[in-house]
Design a protein around this ligand. Structure first.
Ligand code: IPE
Ligand code: IPE
Ligand code: MG
Length: 248
């Protein structure tokens, strides 16, 4: 049993979170939206730590979607600056905590400085064996499928892949996070009940959990509530309840 009273077997191996509600949190306090993003960074710290303590293997955080470029330029700039600041400040601490960091998404449009910080953090932590922390930045589920198809077509063209025998498993190898367990639990804060182009392929059998709690307010008890809700779910993967109970 974990200290939250959930047996280790009932814990998700991989949690994916849409961290939504920063802007509304700030506006509700008469603050600029940017204050909400700063407060949201504190929640990230809390949740990463709690996931590690609870023995979660993978935590994937949606930090910036491929559609978020459409926000006012000043907000986009602040988000990118916060990303740089977080990497500069936290990379060593992440490494000390044995956390492995990776970024998914198209990093090419990012400022050079940000790309360098990402590369440095990934390289430094590559051999760590604790929590795998995945940051989805300039990520979109449709982009992910597109980059997979592009690389697949190149391999097919070069004769390395035979379209006639291509399996789902083969295709999944081109999609981000293929080397990790699939997300077991999807959490979205901020009250909206949508995927917003987060992981599409990977969420096929993920359990969804939505909360009205705004991301800057999301604290450890909220995470534990999501874990408890997950532990009560029965994952059938298309089978009958009796079959699942029999196999459990
Ligand atoms: C989520 O909070 C953070 C990002 C999308 C970068 P929002 O900025 O979307 O906050 P709301 O939804 O406007 O409250
Ligand atoms: C989703 O939140 C993206 C992130 C949390 C990074 P949005 O606030 O961008 O989603 P929509 O626009 O409400 O669907
Ligand atoms: Mg939002």
């Amino acid at each position: 049993m974990t200290k939250v009273g959930i047996s280790a077997a009932a814990l998700p191996r991989h949690i994916a979170i849409v961290m939504d509600g920063n802007g509304r949190w700030a506006q509700g306090r008469g603050l600029p939206r940017t204050a909400g993003h700063r407060a949201g960074a504190q929640s990230v710290r809390r949740v990463v730590e709690a996931c590690q303590e609870r023995g979660i293997e993978v935590l994937t955080l949606f930090a910036f979607s491929s559609e978020n470029w459409q926000r006012p330029a000043s907000e986009v700039r602040l988000l990118l600056d916060l990303f740089v600041a977080a990497l500069r400040k936290e990379t060593d601490r992440i490494h000390e905590h044995n956390i492995r960091l990776r970024m998914i998404g198209d990093r090419v449009p990012f400022p050079r400085k940000l790309q360098n910080y990402i590369r440095r953090a990934e390289t430094l932590t590559a051999d760590n064996t604790g929590l795998e922390l995945v940051i989805a930045a300039n990520y979109g589920g449709r982009w992910d499928v597109l980059q997979a198809v592009r690389r697949l077509l190149q391999d097919a063209h070069a004769g390395r892949v035979d379209p006639a025998t291509l399996s789902q498993d083969d295709l999944s190898h081109y999609i981000s996070l293929h080397d990790l367990p699939e997300p077991d639990l999807f959490i979205r804060t901020g009250g909206e009940q949508r995927i917003s182009n987060f992981l599409l392929w990977q969420l096929a059998y993920t359990e969804f959990y939505f909360t009205d709690c705004l991301w800057p307010e999301f604290a450890v008890p909220d995470l534990d509530q999501a874990l408890a809700a997950y532990a009560r779910r029965q994952r059938r993967f298309g089978r009958l309840a009796e079959q699942v109970e029999f196999n459990a």
